[in-house]
Design a binder for this molecule. Sequence first.
Ligand code: TMP
Length: 208
Amino acid sequence: MSIFITFEGGEGCGKSVQAKALYRRLSELDIPVVLTHEPGGTPLGKKIARWLKWAQDTDVSPLAELLLFNRSRAQLVDEVIRPNLEKGKVVICDRYADSTTAYQSYGRGLDLEMVKAINDAATQGLKPNLTVLLDISAEEGLARKKTKRQDRFERENIAFHQRVREGYLKLAVSDPERWLVVDATQPKRKIAEIIWQRVSQLLSTEAD
Ligand code: TMP
């Protein structure tokens, strides 16, 4: 039963908590499942992620960002995502190509078609069966993160984060079969239940 599920959303939306909760629930049911994340997820990806999030001494151009996220992604698809799907597992990925479309195209302003083409090259066209968007306003999401040291993305102005959010919502509207949009201001347990409803539907369709 190979199913590929991704979690997306802006800063402070709580997607990592929900990705982990889904991983635990599937594991408890003895469903073979792997949880990975972007940026990172492989030794190469970790190095790229650290640099992209924390680079201080140098400017990173939007195009360089686009290529570096995709370099990391190409490795993750080859090393982790595709092999585990081929083994019939459920693969959960905390961020994937839609993050690049939202942040580097809608956020940074890179051409949408170019970003999609580069994402497609890096993923070899591998698309998720389900993408969960945890939707929250930029203000509320950032406020949830205020206490931690801020990385390059979190330090961006509010308009950047608003464009990212709008970008995600546009992506979701353009492909409603793949996307599940959840109001991320709801209690964690309620969000987990909404996600579980959709995932269990998917599991039963795949099992038929
Ligand atoms: P995280 O907060 O989920 O660890 O993600 C790291 C940051 O990297 C987050 O601010 C979003 C950003 N990002 C992009 O800008 N493009 C991408 O393709 C990915 C995967 C993350």
